[in-house]
Design a protein around this ligand. Sequence first.
Ligand SMILES: Nc1ncnc2c1ncn2[C@@H]1O[C@H](COP(=O)(O)OP(=O)(O)OP(=O)(O)O)[C@@H](O)[C@H]1O
Ligand SMILES: [Mg+2]
Length: 280
Amino acid sequence: MIKAQRLTCRYDAKGAPVLQGIDLEIAEGQYLAVIGPNGCGKTTLVKHFNALLVPQEGKVLVDGLDTKDPKAHREIRRRVGMVFQNPDNQIVGMSVEEDIAFGPGNLGLSSAEIRGRVGVALEAVGILRLARRAPHSLSGGEKRLVAIAGVLAMRPAYVVLDEPTSYLDPAGRERVLNVLRDLRQEGISIIHVTHSMDEIADADRVVVMNGGGILRDGAPRDVFRDADALRAVGLAAPQVTELMGRLRAQGCGVRPDVLSVDEAFREIAALLGRAAGGGR
Ligand SMILES: Nc1ncnc2c1ncn2[C@@H]1O[C@H](COP(=O)(O)OP(=O)(O)OP(=O)(O)O)[C@@H](O)[C@H]1O
Ligand SMILES: [Mg+2]
């Protein structure tokens, strides 16, 4: 479990805190989505989960390990893999293969095991063809996929991804979302920071941040149902949820908490059935 207790953070000692006493528990195996407007503190929060930032006030525990203890950092970073918002910050090797091998290389694994992990990770994100390229020569989207492969090769228990689908084309985005589905099946915890509501309709839990605090915390269906609360902080529910909300506003008797196209289809089909029945 990752536990944040009364976590407060200031970048500027005199300024207002960027995180204001956050309390959050993330259970093992949970798929948690973190959303919120630009500058609300999402990146700052998740950087505390692998001890890139340590609490100035409050506490963060990763499976009971205190991130304030420098001796625990190695183990914390083995357990919590992090895909940064800016993929340029994550590149270390001379080739993509070498880059991805860097993390597992620090775990004391055999070279056969490392090669195996690198191959599996390249394959999982669909970039085998980039294996021998120089990372600095890659496009933004390619760098992002390399960063994700690098984290997968570490086989962490928790994977934090900070806007992992930005820069990606629809195919790359779909591959990343598929990787997340696979990780989830394997029981790996996912902390997914995103601005794309459509990506997280099937998360276990959505945390909505605003102004350094947590505004809402619940199942996607419950969080997205409250469209007014989201709009008030400049966010919107998934497109299909919004569409059904507009139909409701027009007087159509559809559910307010539709999350997927399949559910919308069923609601609209039922509505059309009722209209046809009523007309006879
Ligand atoms: N290194 C830093 N030094 C000073 N201020 C910072 C630093 N990093 C972030 N901030 C400020 O802290 C606040 C929260 O930033 P953070 O990056 O956590 O937001 P975010 O929710 O991830 O935003 P985005 O959606 O744009 O990625 C912002 O006001 C930002 O300007
Ligand atoms: Mg951010």
